[in-house]
Design a protein around this ligand. Sequence first.
Ligand SMILES: NC(=O)c1ccc[n+]([C@@H]2O[C@H](COP(=O)([O-])OP(=O)(O)OC[C@H]3O[C@@H](n4cnc5c(N)ncnc54)[C@H](O)[C@@H]3O)[C@@H](O)[C@H]2O)c1
Length: 437
Amino acid sequence: MSTPVEIAPAKGKLGVLLVGLGAVSTTTIAGVFAIRKGLAKPIGSLAEMGTIRLGKRTDNRSPLIKDFVPLADLNDIVFGGWDIFEDNCYEAAKHAGVLEEKLLEQVKDELAAIKPMPAVFDRQYVKRLDGPNVKKGKNKKDLANQLIADIRKFKADNGCDRLVLIWAGSTEIFMQEAPCHQSLAAFEKGLEESDPAIASSMIYAYAAISEGIPYGNAAPNLSAEVPALQELAAKTGSPVCGNDMKTGQTLIKTVIAPGLKARMIGVRGWYSTNILGNRDGEVLDDPESFKTKEESKKGALDYIFQPHLYPDLYKDISHVVRINYYPPRGDNKEGWDNIDIFGWLGYPMQLKINFLCRDSILAAPIVLDVALFLDLAKRSGMKGIQEWLSFYFKSPMYAKDLYPEHDLFIQLMKLKNTLRYIMGEELITHLGREYYD
Ligand SMILES: NC(=O)c1ccc[n+]([C@@H]2O[C@H](COP(=O)([O-])OP(=O)(O)OC[C@H]3O[C@@H](n4cnc5c(N)ncnc54)[C@H](O)[C@@H]3O)[C@@H](O)[C@H]2O)c1
């Protein structure tokens, strides 16, 4: 046993502010309301359903994670958020078409009470969308100040003790680090000058982090990982994590790829295609937003296979990712993977995966877990990038000079060991010699 980290208790209400009250957000919110009413179980949530082994295998100590670490109670969560559309969460959930009418009716009043605050939005960054519920300001600094005012008002109006803010808005166009991202001073000057390199999502991130609030990015946009916002997070003590939730095809990729590599099975090509018909699919139909997603989806294999260490097995893999907008499919995405692999003496084989999934059903428990764990991180005094939350992301944020960890099983071990660490429990290495000595 080591010394536990001092963790502030999860007392009072936790406000979860979501940017973008679309399919993912409304499925998360409606789900939490349904769970509170005993209508459903939090399936897919590690924080709510997972257990954690403590001590030796012979100790038989495997509490639920939520009983082991002090997480906010689901009954203490208050939701709010922003959107460019004026629909309340009930209307937005109906529009998203993920959850059945029968379930939505049972949580209608709570959902309808959540009305989006006017958004900070600029079509320059999301070309396929436009909506009426948008703030006006004299520059981006002014818009950031308006968001800060919204955040403070939400906290006061709802009597929240703590807040978490998560970007679940549309995927913005592909952007790279620019000079105004390099330091906090340059970023704040860029806000004053409305520098085009500062996208809407960064204005939300800036507002949250300025207030010392944890910030998570569920989408692939360049957001809080720029040096300026990292500098701000170090100053205000905000924990941050992202990017792009690991839900359908990439989740399966990061399950299969480590398995192939563990057995030194070679890979020549990996062709992934998706059909998707929700609003996210429509936004991703724009080549500039798709590029952001593509970069995020393609990173994982390179890092898992480490072609520089295994050139005979993984050099020059042909990795293709496609997303096709196909409206009849709605939120029920279908993904196909064709994987060309080779074994002993180079003999070729193939693996085909056809995943008929539901995008927002896979995403909602991630939003919940990320909110609960970010709040825990904040109460535990952990600030800046939370690498232990890589488990949830396609493009996990990582410290400079490192490389990201994409292997789902290493990510899970890292997450659980972080929980053991903060609670002063022994870390589990799986060495297990003691059982045989
Ligand atoms: N569902 C998944 O499996 C999954 C996985 C990984 C990432 N994501 C990402 O999560 C995000 C949300 O996905 P979704 O399916 O809910 O999409 P969606 O289109 O249903 O919802 C996004 C919402 O964000 C709003 N929005 C856009 N820009 C905004 C801004 N600047 N301020 C406030 N609101 C804004 C839109 O109006 C829309 O209502 C997308 O970026 C998507 O790529 C989803």
